[in-house]
Design a protein. Structure first.
Length: 356
């Protein structure tokens, strides 16, 4: 507050100084002007002898000076208030945020000073984003703890049973423990991909590949499951040379195929690839039931699951599509979703053409 008071005094001092200077210039200028008339114009000396400064003249100058000071003081106070009140609000809110109160917001965004409005509005926007990030951080921590708790609890229980002799050291038990460890490893890898998307810590192994080979390899891994569930597959897969990380593209397709197996009804899936003017794309489309429009904006966010998905697959964690988005973002592309009029879900993977 001391700095604000100093700034207020400076504004007041400058305004009053400006007023005094203007008054001084006016008096001195008037004196010099009339002196010029008296000394240099014909008949000026006679006029100067006939008319001289009277008490009324000096009183008029004093009244004008006082009025000028009052007006300048009034505008100085108004101006300092318009500048300092929003600044004080921002300073107070900053102090509140530094003390952990992320709900603090600065007032004064309706000032007639555009720069002050921008300052207050930008500060409030920053505070809003900080609060959103804090909420997301808490949700992430809770979700990660929830997802890690189950496999860790199972591992601990089985290992404790082996130590206590409750379980016999049989191959089936060790296979179960290995499966839990692999699931935990996959979860950690997914978290790494999501948190590192677009960052320096996440690198791609780019190579020139035939996109038809990649899609076919990913599809062959799921063929037994598709056949077991009597899926109708429609493919339009063409030879297409492109630059990408083939293992990561297969990982994206694995997520999309796995989701189709778990959630698609009726059981039909179409896959096609192609190239547009700006890059490469893969489209995976099922026959429904589709994702509600109100949930689509959360679809690619971590740990977000719609009620239908939770009911059909309670064991899911909601990381798959966020991993897909992260991988495509690392390729410089995007992962998108739209719903057709027939409630068919359409996922599109896109990444720009590039050179090695």
């Amino acid at each position: 507050m001391n700095k604000d008071a100093i700034l207020s005094r400076q504004i007041l001092t400058y305004m009053l100084s400006l007023t005094f200077i203007i008054i001084g210039i006016s008096i001195l200028g008037s004196y010099l002007f009339y002196s010029f008339l008296i000394d240099y114009l014909p008949g000026g000396a006679i006029a100067g002898n006939e008319e001289s400064m009277t008490l009324l003249d000096w009183l008029w100058i004093l009244i004008v000076s006082i009025i000028s000071l009052v007006v300048s003081l009034f505008f100085a106070v108004k101006l300092s208030g318009r500048i300092l009140n929003p600044l004080n609000a921002v300073a107070y809110s900053l102090k509140q945020i530094s003390q952990g109160n992320l709900d603090a917001r600065a007032s004064g965004g309706s000032s007639q000073l555009g720069e002050v409005n921008n300052l207050v509005n930008d500060f409030n926007e920053m505070a809003e984003k900080l609060q959103t990030l804090d909420i997301q951080r808490n949700l992430w921590n809770a979700a990660i703890a929830h997802e890690l708790r189950t496999p860790v609890t199972i591992l601990r229980g089985r290992l404790q049973g082996l130590v206590d002799g409750v379980f016999a050291p049989e191959p089936a038990l060790f296979r179960n423990l290995l499966k839990q460890t692999e699931g935990l490893t996959n979860l950690i890898e997914d978290l790494r991909v999501v948190s590192s998307s677009g960052g320096a810590g996440y690198t791609l192994m780019l190579s020139e590949v035939d996109l038809k080979v990649i899609i076919t390899n990913a599809l062959e891994n799921f063929l037994p499951e598709f056949q077991a569930k009597e899926f109708i597959l429609t493919t339009d897969i063409k030879h297409q040379h492109c630059i990408c990380d083939p293992l990561r593209i297969i990982q994206c397709l694995t997520v999309l195929f796995d989701n189709a197996l778990k959630y698609s009804s009726p059981k039909a899936l179409s896959i096609k690839n192609g190239m547009s003017a700006s890059g490469n794309f893969i489209i995976v489309q099922d026959k429904g039931p589709g994702i509600p429009e109100e949930f689509q904006r959360f679809l690619f966010q971590p740990f977000q699951r719609e009620e239908y998905a939770k009911n059909n697959n309670p064991d899911g964690c909601g990381l798959g599509l966020s991993v897909v988005k992260a991988i495509m973002h690392a390729h410089g592309g995007s992962a998108s979703y739209h719903l057709t009029r027939e409630n068919h879900s359409v996922f599109k993977l896109f990444w720009p053409a590039r050179q090695l």
